[in-house]
Design a protein around this ligand. Structure first.
Ligand code: EPZ
Length: 430
């Protein structure tokens, strides 16, 4: 599937941000750690979430979709600790089922998530954490198996700051005997959100949001009702959309504190950014200024916003330098962007971007979720029509992306066939 769009309209208006996908993935895994019913609200209706819900159902939990953004999960009837369905291999967060099942049943077997388009993504730190809790871990026949006759608290020092490993260890350690300390833990808002959710189920986790997390294991978790925090990256994407189209967009239902790294970069680039209690308004009137961006673990600039900000910098004055320090292969989209007229040179994990005054519409491919969204933003700022192919990636993490952009004034459609693309182009000429 592809999106077809005609650039040039400044995006203007308000957009409401949904729940954080990457928090939701950890929270849904946590929900199966009790036999009581858990209600999760503000769940984003995106593909990765729906795939995880299917996997949860397949192991035997009952999932009731109350509405688009609310589910009730009851995991009393889980009959299997093996997760190996066709789709689960396609989402990285399948690994959270390892921590959740290991914690609750002392055994788990989950299809090993493969590499992906943003680079090699090992899970050695997750496994190191499980071993510190007394589990044995074996990777064989494409599965990760973890097992513990007794799961006991342990001391884990993460070699790299990993969101996934931090959450996974928190999950398992919540139901271990004794205390666990995670050092060099990730501090992302979604780590804090998963910890808050676990605590609302009776877990005892302290220090989430700092680099030392202490978990006192409890024998049992109970049901809860929990509402997920807003998605920092969805919000950031619309903030950059306003900036790149010289628009005026208010993103609503956000936690401005979580967006500070993005806000301060956009201000440095010359945008006007105003913060309200649960909203941020971005106004861009003139061409943006060049700057330097380096991705870092939270509270640094998020790697999941690197493609979007880079696309904006490709239209800014002067030369910008973007350093990607989290993933090894997250500049793949730059070749596509060059086809729209950007002047970029990538060497290893550094992109040197010489700003151009305009992009011209082109047919490009989305290589992954965030880069796909960034190419759409480029298309909305380009002269003429653009087509972004492989938008299934974008659908993994952005709910109603096309509709929300249309509501802000963008000329964009989902096109299933070449004929749809043709039709769109013709409608834009007439
Ligand atoms: C999470 O991935 C997010 N995914 C990613 O979002 C995000 O880009 C990333 O965190 C960084 O913020 C989910 O939450 C499902 P990491 P995760 O473990 O947890 C290395 C998106 O677009 N590492 O924090 O898998 C790793 O290679 C996605 O929504 C190890 O070496 O990322 C990387 O260099 C894409 N060994 C660094 O740590 C490990 O065991 C950070 O990865 C684990 C990670």
């Amino acid at each position: 599937m592809r999106y077809v769009m005609k650039g040039g309209n400044p995006l203007v208006g308000e957009v409401v941000i949904g729940g954080a996908k990457n928090a939701a993935l950890g929270i849904l895994a946590a929900a199966i750690m009790t036999d009581e019913t858990v209600t999760v609200e503000n769940l984003p209706d995106v593909r990765d979430i729906n795939v995880l819900l299917e996997a949860i159902q397949e192991v035997g939990a009952v999932v009731e979709r109350v509405n688009k953004h609310t589910v009730k999960i009851n995991a009393r009837s889980i009959g299997s600790v093996t997760v190996n369905n066709e789709y689960i291999k396609r989402i990285r967060a399948s690994y959270y089922l390892l921590g959740a099942l290991l914690g609750k049943y002392r055994r788990a077997s989950v299809a090993l998530p493969g590499g992906c388009n943003i680079g090699s993504r090992p899970i050695d730190q997750h496994l190191k954490g499980f071993r510190a809790l007394g589990a044995t871990t074996v990777v064989e026949y494409g599965m990760v198996n973890a097992e513990a006759s007794r799961l006991t608290g342990g001391h884990v020092y993460l070699d790299v700051v990993s969101v996934g490993a931090t959450i996974n260890i928190m999950l398992a350690a919540s139901l271990a005997e004794g205390s666990t300390i995670i050092e060099n833990a990730a501090k992302e808002p979604h780590v804090v959100d998963v910890a808050n959710m676990l605590n609302s189920m009776g877990a005892n986790i302290k220090g989430a949001g700092t680099d030392v997390i202490r978990i006192a294991g409890v024998p049992k978790l109970h049901g809860t009702e929990y509402s997920i925090i807003p998605d920092q990256i969805e919000a950031g994407t619309y903030m950059v959309a306003a900036a790149i189209t010289k628009g005026d967009v208010t993103v609503r239902n956000v936690i401005p504190k979580h967006l500070e790294a993005i806000t301060s970069k956009l201000m440095e680039m010359g945008c006007e950014v105003s913060e309200f209690d649960d909203a941020i308004r971005v106004v861009a009137k003139t061409r943006m200024n060049h700057t330097k961006v380096k991705t870092l673990p939270y509270p640094g600039f998020p790697t999941d916003m690197q493609p979007q900000i880079s696309v904006a910098l490709a239209l800014a004055t002067g030369t910008s330098i973007v350093t990607e320090s989290i993933f090894e292969n997250r500049f793949k989209y730059m070749d596509e962007l060059a086809r729209m007229g950007a002047n970029v040179k990538v060497e290893g994990n550094i992109a040197v971007i010489d700003g151009v005054t305009r992009f011209t519409g082109a047919e490009v491919c989305a290589p992954d979720l965030r880069a796909g969204a960034a190419l759409v933003l480029a298309g909305l700022a380009a002269d003429g029509c653009s087509v972004v192919e492989d938008v299934e990636y974008i659908m993994r993490g952005y709910e109603r992306f096309v509709e929300k952009l249309q509501e802000l004034g963008a000329e964009i459609r989902l096109a299933e066939t070449d004929k749809d693309v043709q039709k769109f182009r013709l409608s834009m000429i007439s």
